[in-house]
Design a protein around this ligand. Structure first.
Ligand SMILES: *[C@@H]1O[C@H](CO)[C@@H](O)[C@H](O)[C@H]1NC(C)=O
Ligand SMILES: *[C@@H]1O[C@H](CO)[C@@H](O)[C@H](O)[C@H]1NC(C)=O
Ligand SMILES: *[C@@H]1O[C@H](CO)[C@@H](O)[C@H](O)[C@H]1NC(C)=O
Length: 227
């Protein structure tokens, strides 16, 4: 029979095995895995050695439909975003390495704040600026949490080259989270979202951050449940 101590040692060994061999993770069993464990980064690649912070994670423990391509778009619409203005892509592709064995992978989709009308509304965002995000999926076999990692930022209008406003990473994250938390719905699907802040994943400051805009290092974990 295990003594309390040897049981504790067993549990700690199990925990360290989990950390050192993320391959045993099954989708739906964990919120996310720290990309650094698998050689990835919480900064996506914006070129020239700079990146943008992955400052929101949609938990792998969310309802599975939310983590799929169409489901993520529907959820984004429920919280006030939609696909880019008539698929006119103006922000450039960026890639991320989520430490899941897939290496550097292009964003799945980029969504912009929707000023009232999915389609036309995002054109308005492109013209007047606003909030937007790129989605990356942690679904490689080495860390298959299924979590969505979002690079969220508040932009300047198009005529200013889609630059980020001062403090635009933290502002973008906070306004997305404010819109997401609680109840929302779109296309007949109802969502309940809870938020939790995580520190220690992302270094605060502006080191290697695109546009040299400092951020506070907080990553907000959203758990989205379909009612
Ligand atoms: C990423 O997207 C760019 C732009 O479409 C494309 O040129 C590049 O080949 C893509 N990279 C990967 C790894 O898919
Ligand atoms: C991982 O997610 C991407 C983006 O949605 C998708 O294209 C790809 O098929 C997914 N891979 C697996 C193994 O589910
Ligand atoms: C997370 O941190 C931000 C920035 O400090 C704060 O505004 C927000 O209220 C926090 N959210 C939660 C759920 O703790």
């Amino acid at each position: 029979m295990y003594s309390t101590n040897s049981f504790l040692v067993f549990v700690m060994q199990l925990a360290s095995d989990l950390v050192s061999s993320p391959t045993i993770v099954e989708r739906g069993s964990i919120a996310y895995l720290n990309p650094a464990i698998g050689g990835g980064s919480m900064l996506e690649n914006a070129g020239d050695g700079y990146g943008e912070p992955l400052n929101v994670i949609i938990s792998g423990l969310s309802s599975p439909a939310v983590l799929k391509y169409r489901g993520a778009i529907n959820y984004a619409r429920a919280i006030g975003f939609s696909e880019e203005c008539f698929n006119l892509h103006s922000g450039g592709f960026m890639s991320a390495n989520l430490g899941d064995g897939n290496g550097w992978v292009n964003q799945t989709i980029e969504l912009r704040q929707d000023y009232g009308n999915a389609g036309i509304g995002t054109c308005l965002e492109s013209l007047i600026g606003g909030n937007h995000f790129r989605i990356f999926v942690q679904n490689g076999t080495a860390a298959d949490s299924g979590a969505l990692f979002l690079a969220v930022s508040q932009e300047e209008p198009l005529n200013e080259n889609h630059d980020i406003i001062p403090d635009g990473y933290d502002i973008g994250r906070n306004s997305l989270v404010a819109a997401a938390v609680g109840k929302s719905h779109y296309g007949g699907i109802k969502y309940t979202t809870t938020a939790k802040n995580i520190t220690g994943l992302l270094a605060p400051g502006d080191d290697r951050i695109n546009h040299g805009i400092a951020q506070d290092g907080i990553v907000t974990l959203l758990t989205v449940t379909i009612d």
